[in-house]
Design a protein around this ligand. Structure first.
Ligand code: 2DT
Ligand code: MG
Length: 207
């Protein structure tokens, strides 16, 4: 048995980070071991470049920033794999699906956007927290960072929804519902996995 690799994806204002933290607490409270990762991880050298870009303190060419987001995942992939090997559940707040969705929404071809992430650890479950731009606006709207604009979010949402048809472990969750209801739906999917899973870790987007 190894730990399960669970990715939480979603739109801005979907409650993704809140829900991920609640899951983290809940798994810990159940006495199981769990590690939390978040992408971009802004603490590394690469992450600091990404952070400056997102806060519009630095300009980077679209392909170049995309490759940095991917490099940020690759630099942490060995730690993810080790945690899984140690039997820990890994929760990951955003992953390569965000990478491909955001960059392709800027007009770069989706296959190119996916290519640098081919071979990364593949999740056993992706929970996609979906919210309409209307609901997001009700929650106080978007923030100040690059990409936090309605037109961009609408395009990103469409690309995200395309991943559902890939036949992977993709579960869409209506994140417009009350927080406690969303938590329960998510726990229904995550709970059965925290004991660990059988079988080798798969690789992302390899046929
Ligand atoms: P947070 O608001 O969750 O910190 O995300 N993004 C994220 C990309 O464009 N490519 C990626 O590979 C990842 C992981 C989504 C900051 C923003 O960065 C975007 C929102
Ligand atoms: Mg954000």
């Amino acid at each position: 048995m190894r730990g399960a690799f669970i990715v939480i994806e979603g739109l801005d204002r979907s409650g993704k980070s809140t829900q991920t933290n609640l899951l983290h607490e809940r798994i810990r409270a159940s006495g199981r071991q769990v590690e939390l990762f978040k992408f971009p991880d802004r603490t590394t050298t690469i992450g600091q470049m990404i952070d400056a870009y997102l806060r519009s303190q630095a300009e980077l060419e679209d392909h170049a920033i995309h490759l940095l987001f991917s490099a940020n995942r690759w630099e942490l992939a060995p730690r993810i794999e080790q945690s899984l090997k140690d039997g820990k559940t890994v929760l990951c707040d955003r992953y390569a699906f965000s990478g491909a969705s955001f960059t392709s929404s800027k007009g770069l071809p989706l296959p190119w956007c996916k290519s640098p992430d081919v071979g990364l650890p593949a999740p056993d479950l992706v929970l996609f927290l979906d919210i309409t731009p209307e609901k997001a606006a009700e929650r106080g709207g978007y923030g100040e960072e690059r990409y936090e604009k309605r037109e961009m979010q609408e395009r990103v949402r469409e690309v995200f929804k395309g991943f559902q048809d890939e036949g992977g472990p993709w579960v869409e969750v209506d994140a417009g519902r009350p927080l406690e209801e969303v938590t329960e739906v998510m726990w229904g999917k995550v709970g059965p996995l925290v004991k660990g899973v059988e079988g080798e870790l798969k690789r992302l987007w390899v046929d």
